[in-house]
Design a protein around this ligand. Sequence first.
Ligand code: S3P
Length: 176
Amino acid sequence: MLDFNNFKKKNICLMGLMGSGKSLIGRDLSNYLNIKFYDTDKEIELKAKKSINLIFSEEGESYFRDLEEKVCLELLKNNNCIISLGGGSIINRKIRQAIKLNSFSIYLKVNIDILLKRLKTSKKRPLLNNKKKETLERLYNERKEFYQKANLIVNNEKSKSDILKKIKLELNSYEK
Ligand code: S3P
């Protein structure tokens, strides 16, 4: 089993578009490695004392992005934890620098049509209220150059256990 104390980088960050499975995979990895798990959206909601939907509708996206920067930079100062990053956090340069400094980054890559199926009934994604496909394509195009710089890119379109197996294998070889 991976000895996290010997791991060359201190945190594991999960990146990818909405619906790519960051929280699901992150939680499982944190159980496997027995280290803490954080979800940046959850932390933002705790800090703002309101849901992501309400933050967007009452305060606007730029307020959300400012809060996202604060929360991500704070979380990224931690050691030995798994962090599921909100899909858009990667557009922020300070956040990207902080990830590079102290984290092993994993991009969960999922085809847009599969994402659309997964997000069809989601009411928790204020950016996807209408024109879902066009919006996801635009966000992907804006973000792909950053996602593609991750230390590890994993296709998360198959079963969760296959993906976890692949990530664990890669983490073990990265450690040596
Ligand atoms: C966003 C993704 C969401 C959340 C917010 C904005 C984005 O997080 O931070 O709705 O810009 O892609 P998830 O990626 O966890 O859904």
